[in-house]
Every structure is written in C-alpha cells, then in structure tokens.
Design a protein around this ligand. Structure first.
Ligand code: GLP
Length: 261
C-alpha cells in the first residue's frame, strides 16, 4: 500500500479532498464511500471549499454510507445518516436521493444488510472509499477478529469503541448503542480505491499494525494490504511508530504528480 505522511490533519484533508475532486472531474457520477468520526471532517471541509469555489461539480456525485447504529431512528442527530447529511451532503450540495445507506431500524436487520450489499453492487460499486481507523485497528465498525472476508452485517461494539464514541452522546456511554451495521471487510475491499486517514498519536499503534504488521483479523485495517490500490494518509503523530517512515517519505517525494493518490 502507499503511505503518505503529512504534517497535520488539515494537510491530509486537502490531499484527499483534491483526490476526490480529481475523481469527480474524471467521473462526475462517482460513488464516494464516506466515513463518520472526527478524522474525516477536514476532508469534507476541504472538498466543500472546492465546491464553493467552483473547482469541482458535485451535482451528479453519489454517496454511500460505511456503517450505522442499529436502533437509532434515522432522524436521531447521532445516527450516521444524520451525521453524514450534516457533515457531507449538505456542505457538498448533494441531495439525499443520491445517498445510499443501510437501514438501521429494519425489523429484519440481516435482510437489510444483504439488501445494502446488493444496492452497492447495483450502483456499480464504490469508486473511492474513505476510511478512518479505530484505536484498535477497526475500519467501519469491523471490530478486531472480524472475518477479513465479511460482508455487510450486524456487529456488537467492543466496550472501548462505545467509550470512544460516548463523546457524541453527551459523554453518556449508556446512550451508545451496542449493535451496528457495518460494511464487511470483504465489502470494503471491493471499492476501487481505499483511502484511510489517521491523525493523532492515539492512532500510531493502529497505523503501525495496519501498514507493517501481518495481515490479521486482530487488526481489521491490515486487510488493506490485500487491496491493489490502498492509500494510508497519516499525520506525523499517527505515523510516529512506522519503522519505514523515511522510506515512505522518500517514495512519495519522488512520485510523479500526475499519478495522484
Ligand atoms: C467509529 C466509526 C469509524 C471511525 C472510527 C474512528 O468507530 N465507525 O468509521 O473510523 O469511529 O473515529 P475517529 O475518526 O473519531 O477517531
């Protein structure tokens, strides 16, 4: 995989936003897979700035959701559908009918998961999937020991992830759902380009395990090593435990600009 080390989160946001903008110029109806969490926000802000400046046109762009809480009504402010409407669709001027996501309130959650995998395939597959990473190496909500071949399905969150996400629920862990729907690792690997952004020291162990560790279910993000076009963008703090950091810097410094991310 390609590893790009950037000075800070804002630089990572600019780099990935530019890559998304280039994709949309090439393919105006591209299907962008988007993630929640704090890490991707600089990407969405940088892409929205390009939209406002007229540097990219999003009117045919389509958006696909990575994961969702089970049981939160779609209009709950912390359902990932609501978060993505606020943080991605509205700032980018993309209407909700260009959005596809799993139904976290379905009576038959398993059927809703299978339906979502079919919907992604029917939409032509995800062109670029943006990912964050959990402190334990999870992607989407694929917690450690998720099958690397998994499809979209229901998962139970680890206590650590519920603690990490309590900040979005007034700091009250009791409000964080136990169950979620997540695209499986096998589903995520079907996207044409995977871009994982990691920022801050708290992600340094997870980034090292993802990039330099073995491909192993204990670190779900390590499955990116199996993908022919995976890019990890890490700020200095998140890259601080990479043994090959200098090699990655040197490789990127010599990359021809036309190759993009
Ligand atoms: C949640 C999301 C993930 C995200 C992770 C990290 O678990 N389901 O998609 O990558 O949080 O969040 P943050 O970027 O806020 O650290």
């Amino acid at each position: 995989m390609e590893v790009v080390i950037v000075p800070d989160a804002a630089a990572g946001g600019e780099l990935i936003a530019e890559s998304m903008a280039q994709l949309l110029r090439r393919k105006p109806d591209a299907l962008l897979g988007v993630a929640t969490g704090s890490t991707p926000l600089p990407v969405y802000q940088a892409l929205a700035a390009r939209v406002r400046a007229g540097a990219v046109d999003t009117h045919r762009a389509r958006i696909a959701q990575l994961d969702e809480y089970v049981g939160l009504p779609a209009d709950h402010p912390e359902s990932y559908r609501s978060v993505l409407r606020r943080e991605v669709l509205e700032p980018l001027g993309i209407p909700m009918d260009a959005f596809t996501g799993p139904d976290g309130t379905a009576d038959d959650v398993q059927a809703a998961c299978e339906e979502y995998d079919r919907a992604l395939a029917a939409a032509g597959g995800v062109d670029l999937q943006l990912l964050g990473i959990g402190t334990d190496g999870h992607i989407g909500f694929n917690e450690p020991c998720s099958s690397l071949a998994s499809r979209t399905r229901i998962k139970t969150l680890t206590e650590q992830t519920r603690i990490d996400n309590a900040r979005f629920f007034d700091g009250d862990i009791a409000q964080v759902p136990h169950h979620v729907i997540t695209q499986g690792i096998g589903t995520i690997l079907e996207a044409r380009h995977l871009v994982l952004l990691a920022t801050g020291e708290g992600k340094a162990d997870a980034v090292a395990a993802t990039v330099e560790g073995p491909v192993a279910a204990i670190c779900p993000a390590s499955a990116l090593q199996l993908h022919p076009h995976a890019t990890v963008v890490a700020d200095e703090a998140a890259a601080s435990k990479l043994k090959l950091a200098d090699y990655f810097r040197n490789t990127y410094a010599h990359k021809p600009e036309w190759q993009g991310l």
